[in-house]
Design a protein. Structure first.
Ligand SMILES: [Zn+2]
Length: 273
């Protein structure tokens, strides 16, 4: 079923879901009276839930989660850092292969390791925002979310001169009212095309490499993690996997851009779905 869904053109998917959302209340006229009353409410909540938990649908909240396939570029994004055990080695590796990437840091961790944040910036990578901490924000009130996000942004702005434009919510989920708040603050929502489960406790570098090599396509945004957030094992397997895969991907003719550069390339094209 998922395979079938994946190959459907974006417009068809969006229309199907909108039809479902609008159609359910309409169908309620033929339903039993009790259900008839709650059907619109159920349909509305269903749509809002879909918007939170399947953000790639871009139903209400719009996120950049893939660029046009026309480009030969991809974007590597690293979440949950910085981590002094992984990020410096990762920066060495990226420099060796002349790769520019985007780092979605947690502000509380960035505050602990400002020298790594400076290195990220000085070496031409993009600093992006993954939240103050790794709490599931969709459960927070708007006020609480706004306070935490402002605090996190304040920390990042005190550490870096880069204009922070991208926000990726911890765990990937965000409510529509929170999304609107972010837009008002001039932040864009970042998603991803492919996650390779590099945070699994048992995963090996070989498994991660294989997942990257079999699934990464031009225009993709790859989700990786240099930090551990609420997990225990440092991201050694991811680092080793990247060491093995970067030369292969380079040979395939792919180039690596920060998210903002990929976004700039994508301008003029409709936002990919
Ligand atoms: Zn995360």
């Amino acid at each position: 079923m998922y395979r079938f869904w994946r190959v459907l053109p974006p417009r068809v998917k969006r229309r199907f879901l909108l039809f479902l959302g609008a159609g359910l209340p309409f169908c309620s006229v033929i339903l039993k009276p009790g259900f008839r009353r709650i059907a619109p409410l159920m349909a509305g909540s269903g749509m809002l839930a879909l918007d939170i938990f399947v953000p790639q649908l871009n139903l209400f909240s719009k996120s950049f989660w893939r660029a046009s396939r026309v480009t030969q570029a991809v974007s590597l994004t690293f979440d949950d850092g910085p981590d002094p055990r992984i990020t410096p080695g990762l920066l060495d590796l990226l420099a060796e292969h002349q790769v520019k990437a985007s780092f979605f840091v947690l502000a509380e961790r960035a505050k602990k390791f400002p020298e790594i944040v400076r290195r990220i910036e000085n070496e031409g990578h993009e600093l992006a925002f993954h939240g103050l901490d790794h709490q599931k924000i969709w459960k927070l009130s708007l006020k609480n979310f706004a306070e935490k996000t402002e605090k996190g942004l304040g920390i990042l702005r005190s550490l870096s001169s880069q204009n922070i434009t991208w926000y990726r919510p911890p765990h990937g989920f965000i409510r529509f009212d929170q999304y609107l708040w972010l837009r008002k603050k001039g932040l864009r929502l970042a998603g991803w095309t492919i996650g390779v489960w590099d945070t699994d406790q048992e995963v090996t570098p070989e498994e991660i490499s294989e997942r990257v090599l079999t699934s990464l396509r031009p225009g993709d945004i790859l989700l990786l993690h240099d930090g551990v957030a609420d997990r225990l094992r440092p991201q050694w397997a991811m680092l080793k996997a990247l060491e093995n895969t970067l030369p292969v991907l380079r040979k395939q003719g792919l180039s690596f851009l920060t998210l903002s550069s990929l976004w700039a390339l994508n301008q003029g094209e409709p936002l990919a779905f």
